[in-house]
Design a protein around this ligand. Sequence first.
Ligand SMILES: [Zn+2]
Length: 66
Amino acid sequence: MPLTGPIPEGRTFFCPHCGALYSVTYSRLSKSDSNIAKCVVCLQIMTSWDSTKVPIYKLVQRPDDA
Ligand SMILES: [Zn+2]
């Protein structure tokens, strides 16, 4: 049984801390100086990168216990 419904676009990513579901798209345009992504649910750093491809995380679903 699938855990989630249809994903709008991009790849899926689960926050390793709280399990929030994100869809990830990539952009070559960096909107900020930082190269880390913070979870908007648990506010912890989910991932970082060192690349010109900047991942953009869009929250799809909050974890059940949030
Ligand atoms: Zn989280």
